[in-house]
Write a protein that binds this ligand. Structure first.
Ligand code: FES
Length: 152
């Protein structure tokens, strides 16, 4: 059903005329031009589309935009405005994490959510928080190192 959905995205309030069952990922990429958030599987399995909804890591490909009306959404484009996100991005650069890079926005969003709730995560915390974020280049050891750097 079409309607007006109001969202705060990276601190800016948007009133969107969209179908309420449109996936949040489509709204971000196609309606708002925020293409840093990636489409991977489209089925909630790979984590490439991870954004924050009211601080929680969320699969935007399977989240109808109407279900998050009134929420605060943060994407990779806005992550540097968050102190933890800024630290995570800096650690990602220092460790030189990405290979192809496609999954990395989702990885950074997941890592930022982890470090916000658990500033000094254990290996088990990292495994648990990052298990749903796949990387086909298998940069997992660098992802872990960057999270430890950011959390140290
Ligand atoms: Fe959303 Fe894979 S694209 S989880």
């Amino acid at each position: 059903m079409a309607g007006t959905v109001t969202l705060s995205i990276n601190g800016l309030v948007s009133h969107l005329e969209v179908e309420e069952d449109m996936p949040l990922l489509w709204v971000l990429r196609d309606e708002l031009g925020l293409r840093g958030t990636k489409f991977g599987c489209g089925a909630g399995l790979c984590g490439a589309c991870t954004v924050h909804v009211d601080g929680a890591p969320t699969r935007s490909c399977i989240t109808p935009v109407g279900a998050v009306a009134g929420s605060k959404v943060r994407t990779i484009e806005g992550v540097a405005a968050d102190p933890v996100g800024r630290t995570v991005q800096a650690a990602w650069k220092e460790i030189d994490v990405p290979q192809c890079g496609y999954c990395q926005a989702g990885q950074i969003m997941a890592a930022t959510a982890l470090l916000t709730s658990t500033p000094v995560p254990t290996d088990a915390d990292i495994d648990s928080a990052m298990a749903g974020n796949a990387c086909r280049c298998a940069t997992y050891s660098r992802i872990r190192a960057a999270i430890k750097r950011a959390g140290g």
